[in-house]
Design a protein around this ligand. Structure first.
Ligand code: SAH
Ligand code: DHB
Ligand code: MG
Length: 217
C-alpha cells in the first residue's frame, strides 16, 4: 500500500468530515509563504485535537511547539470565551507568523504565544492545564512530558505528536530524536500517575503516530 492512497484518503476525510475553513487554510498558506517547514499536524489530526479539547471541556491548554499556529487555532477553537491557550515557541519568526494567523482566526485574545526554549519557559508556568500538546524538538520529549505532568490535574490529557516516525521508535540505537521519544516512553512506563497508549497513523504526514496519556492520580 502506497503513501499516495494515505494522502488521498486524508483528502477525502478532509473534504467530507473535517472541512478546514478559510482561517486554517490561510494559516497554512502564510506559514508556507514565510518559509516555515510544512510540518503542522494534518487537518484530520487538527480536528482530533479540537474534538479532544471539546470533549473534556478544556478551559486551559498548553502547547509546546507553535510553528505557524495551525494546531493552536484548532485547539483554541474548542475553548470557552474565557479560555486560554499558552503556546511555547523557540523561533521568533515562527511566533510572529503564528500570532498573525491566530489574530486573523479571531483567537488573539485566547492564545498567548511565548518565545523561548520550552525548557526555560515551562518552569515559569502555573497549572493546571486540562490539555497539553507536545510537538516541539523530540530530543526533549521526556522533560516536556514531566513538566506537562507537573502542570496537570487528575483527569488532564497529554498528547505527544510524532512518536512512531516510520517505525524508528523501536530502534534502541536510534538517533537523538528517537532517544528522546524512548526516554519519554520509559518515564511514562514507570509513572504510576499516568495511563497512556500510542496509536500508529498513516496519512498526509506519512507513517507516524501519537501518544495519548491521561493523568489518573
Ligand atoms: N504544533 C505545530 C507544529 C510544531 S513544529 C502544528 O501542528 O501546527 C515544531 C515547532 O517546535 C517548530 O516551530 C520549532 O521551532 C519549535 N521548537 C523546536 N525546538 C524548540 C524548543 N526547544 N522550544 C520551543 N519550541 C521549539
Ligand atoms: C518534524 C516535526 C514535527 O512536529 C512533525 O509533525 C513532523 C516533522 C520534523 O522536525 O521533521
Ligand atoms: Mg509534529
Amino acid at each position: 500500500m502506497s503513501e499516495k492512497i494515505w494522502r488521498n484518503v486524508d483528502a477525502y476525510i478532509g473534504e467530507t468530515l473535517v472541512q478546514p475553513d478559510e482561517a486554517l487554510e490561510q494559516a497554512l498558506h502564510d506559514s508556507r509563504a514565510a518559509g516555515l517547514p510544512p510540518i503542522a499536524v494534518s487537518a484530520a489530526q487538527g480536528k482530533q485535537l479540537y474534538l479532544t479539547a471539546l470533549s473534556i471541556g478544556a478551559r486551559r491548554i498548553l502547547e509546546v511547539g507553535t510553528l505557524g499556529g495551525y494546531s493552536s487555532i484548532w485547539m483554541a477553537r474548542a475553548l470557552p470565551a474565557d479560555g486560554q491557550l499558552i503556546s511555547l515557541e523557540i523561533d521568533p519568526k515562527h511566533a510572529e507568523v503564528a500570532r498573525g494567523n491566530i489574530e486573523r482566526a479571531g483567537l488573539g485574545s485566547k492564545v498567548d504565544v511565548r518565545v523561548g526554549p520550552a525548557i526555560d519557559l515551562l518552569p515559569k508556568l502555573e497549572g493546571p492545564f486540562d490539555l497539553s500538546f507536545i510537538d516541539a524538538d523530540k530530543e526533549s520529549n521526556a522533560e516536556y512530558f514531566a513538566h506537562a505532568l507537573r502542570l496537570s490535574r487528575k483527569g488532564s490529557v497529554i498528547i505527544v505528536d510524532n512518536v512512531v516516525r516510520e517505525g524508528k521508535v523501536i530502534d534502541p540505537k536510534g538517533n537523538a530524536q528517537v532517544q528522546g521519544v524512548r526516554r519519554m516512553f520509559d518515564l511514562i512506563a514507570s509513572e504510576p500517575r499516568v495511563s497512556a497508549t500510542a496509536i500508529q497513523t498513516v496519512g498526509d504526514k506519512g507513517y507516524d503516530g501519537y501518544l495519548l496519556a491521561v493523568v489518573t492520580g
